[in-house]
Design a protein around this ligand. Structure first.
Ligand code: MLT
Ligand code: MN
Ligand code: ZN
Length: 301
């Protein structure tokens, strides 16, 4: 299985357009010390030529340029066979509308996520005015085959699992379950990658699931719970936003360090000090044997 980190920033990207916090400032003035990042998304493939997106970010147009170019003479080429969604947040779904020229694009998501995309944000409904967009249900706990555009097997399955989180802020009618999931991608040879870009708590069932994966791409939104509140950027702390911080007692760093696989942080918010190449927080992540994700990183499992 091949995995490409197409984008590793949280919503707003890095630097965020309206932000001059210390990390955003560094990303603009000295990008070698804080590399700019696009909004979080991943591409996975069993064979290196057929790809699936995990979430569709507003930066999808740029991100798809990282995938292999077509070799045939055809004038039109859709470089992905479908999109799997972990939630219906805007930073994970707006890219679907931007791919409306595809003609046909299959999406995989839980019923709760499909409902939000259909009726609340309407990104599915709007895209359907331009393209055929079948939605395949992703019931948590069941491995579902990812099929190619021609209907044949891709060699990959995806299994969703519920994680702690909050439904999107614009969706007041969200069901209590299914709005936020992690994904386990598996190939026929037994390789397994976990993708969990949003996660509000780390319990034993989660640890057991992630232990199966040799590569764990995990929620790196915030270093500390009060990161936005202390800067006056928000009144909601990390827990209120459904993101478990990396640092501190009970943070994800201590838990991920106990897993057998490689853990990579992604969906990193622009305020997070791990974005600074020379920060103490970056050093702490690396000393624990973990990786701070960066756009373009590739893994072969
Ligand atoms: C999140 O990750 O919690 C959301 O994407 C926040 C947002 O609305 O940008
Ligand atoms: Mn987000
Ligand atoms: Zn910032």
């Amino acid at each position: 299985m091949k995995v490409i980190l197409l984008g590793t920033a949280a919503g707003g990207g890095f630097p965020q357009w309206n932000c001059w916090c210390p990390t955003c400032r560094t990303a603009r003035l000295d990008p070698s010390m804080a590399h700019p990042r696009t909004q979080s998304s991943v591409a996975v493939s069993a064979n290196g030529s057929n790809w699936f997106l995990l979430n569709a970010s507003p930066d999808v147009r740029t991100q798809l340029g990282r995938l292999p170019h077509p070799t045939g003479p055809a004038a039109r080429h859709v470089p992905i066979d479908g999109i799997v969604f972990t939630d219906a947040e805007l930073d994970h779904t707006l890219g679907l509308v931007l791919l409306r020229e595809a003609g046909r694009l299959t999406v995989w998501a839980t019923d709760a996520v499909v409902r939000t995309m259909e009726h609340e944000s309407r990104v599915l409904a709007v895209t359907r005015a331009f393209a055929d967009v079948p939605a395949v249900p992703l019931p948590p706990g069941h491995a579902v085959a990812l099929t190619l555009r021609d209907g044949t097997s891709s060699g990959l399955t995806v299994e969703a699992f519920e994680v702690a989180g909050h439904p999107p802020r614009f969706d007041s009618g969200a069901t209590p379950s299914g709005h936020t999931v992690g994904l386990l991608l598996r190939d026929a040879g037994g390789a397994c990658c976990a993708y969990v870009p949003g996660c509000g708590a780390f319990d034993e069932p989660l640890a057991e699931r992630l232990a199966i994966a040799s590569l764990v791409l995990f929620d790196g939104t915030f270093w500390s719970s009060d990161e936005l509140v202390s800067r006056g950027f928000s009144t909601r702390d990390a827990h209120a936003m459904g993101h478990l911080p990396i640092g501190g007692t009970g943070g994800s760093l201590a838990r991920l360090a106990q897993l057998p696989g490689t853990a990579v942080y992604t969906h990193i918010n622009n305020t997070n000090p791990i974005l600074l190449e020379n920060s103490a927080e970056r050093a702490a992540v690396e000393q624990a044997g973990m990786v701070v994700g960066r756009d373009g990183m590739e893994f072969t499992l």
